[in-house]
Design a protein around this ligand. Structure first.
Ligand code: 5GP
Length: 129
């Protein structure tokens, strides 16, 4: 199993934001902003655009619900969505609360948060989901 499959299976700890039978959402450990969340399919696929059509559609609907929960928990202009996948070979969507377009620059310095801060952020998103 790859690292994100182990996270979705609960074998590696994560700050869970939401889950369903097919998808799992958890905080990015190197966040661009408070509420930066990753959405993954439980199924192991490396490249996002290799997902099945229906799977991409269902994942988008799941990510939409997560994005609404993020925005409710962390008021922002909009929640941005990005697919990179250069680091971890398990398809994932980044959801990032934005105030300006520069907030989506993945070269920006990442926030350093304590375990308590991560848990609090995840709890707020779970409550809104
Ligand atoms: P990408 O593959 O989209 O370029 O980047 C992978 C993202 O996953 C990065 O933003 C990185 O911080 C995050 N990430 C990598 N390993 C872990 C992990 O073990 N746990 C969590 N929560 N995030 C991770």
């Amino acid at each position: 199993m790859d690292i994100f499959s182990k996270i979705a299976a609960g074998e590696i700890p994560s700050y869970k934001c939401a889950e369903s039978d097919k998808f799992y959402a958890f905080l990015d450990i190197n966040p661009l902003a408070k509420g930066h969340t990753l959405v993954i399919p439980r199924r192991e696929v490396d490249y996002y655009f290799d997902l099945e059509d229906g799977e991409i559609a269902e994942m988008a609907v799941f990510a939409k619900k997560v994005a609404k929960a993020i925005k409710a928990a962390f008021p922002c202009r909009k929640v941005g969505m990005a697919v990179l996948g250069l680091e971890v070979a398990h398809a994932h969507i980044h959801l990032v609360p934005m105030q300006t377009e520069g907030d989506m620059n993945f070269a920006n310095p990442k926030l350093k948060l304590s375990p308590e801060e991560f848990e609090e952020i995840a709890r707020k998103i779970r409550e809104k989901f």
